[in-house]
Design a protein around this ligand. Structure first.
Ligand SMILES: Cc1ncc(COP(=O)(O)O)c(C=O)c1O
Length: 390
């Protein structure tokens, strides 16, 4: 049996008629940029969040960039985020001219460790970007309290967590702005690149409309400095016909996660399954396990026909591009510890129950021979260490 990490072709074939119709409708309309398809999708996407506004843009990276720019983040500012994320979160911060400032992650949920934020806030801090990684949201209540105390906007990176909730509130509605990616593998994906920004306020929405369209208030009137970042009509039409399925797809992801978790119940000594914080509804963009002999397990699974990936093998602060920031190994101990042990198993709605059982069975086969117990993180954060030494 083969289990691909993602299976876009099967997915396309399941929804072929609707997608083909949407594409043809746009092709025949003669309107390919900033037309009715985009407006309709933006309205529907905003409705998903209750009250508010959405703008489509060209990618998730640019969604984060546009959100930061809408909050006037620019050269010389600092933006607090995590190094354990897809590097595009950090690229977007760099695009504004600001400097990313990293805090560590929680040992169980792998998202931003809220307790480290206050120590990272300084006179240059201009915004905080929590990343709702793998499909689970950051602990937003204390984060928002802290942000309000320091008068800092919070921009949620929701690329991996569309329609996830925290204490019943949908991702994107808690911070000042929410940034989404419609990269094909995302919980709702386009058939190409795409992104969106959700805004609660009309003022921010209107600024975002300008920012994504060369800074124009109307044609040839450039009131602010903007870029070209538009979700094209074909992608918008495709996304519009996919939006009604989002809940169903997220439910299937949750069902698959429960099957994996039940299947790995007897392996708790050697395999750590994802932990969902009780305040969260996790939408399982990824299903990430932790094991001690990660590379060996990955090779074993591949040998049996199961593809896996690592999200992410090198955290942003250890990437060459960000060496100028001067982070030393050991600065973000939880991030660095889990980076060596995490493995993403196949997770997408089209996975069959047989495929899930096969992944569980092959994983068990591996642990029948390799019983190295998982090392837990025994870490004193450098921030705490510094405080206790002073
Ligand atoms: C957390 C996170 N932020 C931002 C992005 C950037 O999205 P895109 O690939 O659409 O630019 C991604 C995509 O991988 C992501 O996972």
């Amino acid at each position: 049996m083969k289990v691909l990490f993602g299976d876009f072709k099967t997915h396309y074939n399941q929804y072929k008629n609707q997608i083909d119709q949407a594409v043809h409708r746009v092709l025949e309309s003669g309107q390919y940029i900033l037309g009715n398809e985009l407006e309709n999708f933006e309205k529907a996407f905003a409705v998903l969040h209750g009250q508010g506004y959405a703008i489509g843009c060209a990618s998730g990276t640019e969604a984060v960039y546009l959100a930061l720019a809408a909050c006037d983040v620019s050269n010389g500012d600092e933006v607090i985020t995590v190094a354990h994320t897809a590097v595009p979160t950090i690229s977007a911060i760099s695009m504004t001219g600001a400097t990313p400032v990293f805090v560590d992650i929680d040992t169980d949920t792998y998202v931003m460790n809220i307790n480290q934020i206050e120590a990272a806030i300084g006179p240059k801090t201009k915004a905080i970007v929590p990343v709702h990684l793998y499909g689970q949201m950051v602990d937003m209540q204390p984060l928002l309290k802290l942000a309000a105390k320091h008068k800092l906007p919070v921009i949620e990176d929701i690329a991996q967590a569309t329609a996830a909730t925290y204490k019943g509130a949908i991702a994107g509605t808690l911070g000042e702005l929410g940034a989404y990616s419609f990269y094909p593998s995302k919980n709702i994906g386009a058939f190409g690149d795409g992104g969106a920004v959700f805004a609660k306020s009309k003022e921010r929405f209107e600024k975002l409309l300008m920012l994504r369209n060369y800074g124009q208030s109307k044609r040839y009137h450039h009131d602010i400095v903007g870029i070209n970042s538009r979700l094209d009509e074909i992608q918008a039409a495709i996304l519009q016909c996919r939006l009604p399925y989002l809940k169903q797809w997220n439910s299937r992801r949750q069902e698959i996660a429960q099957k994996y978790i039940a299947g790995f119940k007897d392996l708790t000594n050697v395999l750590k399954a994802p932990t969902t914080h009780p305040d969260n509804e996790h939408v399982f963009h990824l299903f990430v396990i932790q094991v001690e002999e990660r590379d060996q397990l990955q090779a074993h699974l591949l040998e049996k026909g199961i593809q896996t990936l690592i999200h992410y093998p090198t955290p942003a602060h250890m990437q060459k591009a960000y060496s100028y920031l001067g982070y030393k190994p050991g600065t973000l101990p939880v991030t660095e510890h889990i980076t060596k042990r995490i493995l993403s198993l196949p997770m997408y709605p089209e996975l069959t129950d047989e495929q899930i059982d096969f992944v569980i069975e092959v994983t068990h086969q591996f642990f029948a021979q390799n019983k190295k117990p998982l090392q837990t993180v025994n870490i004193v954060s450098p921030v705490i260490l510094e405080q206790s030494l002073s």
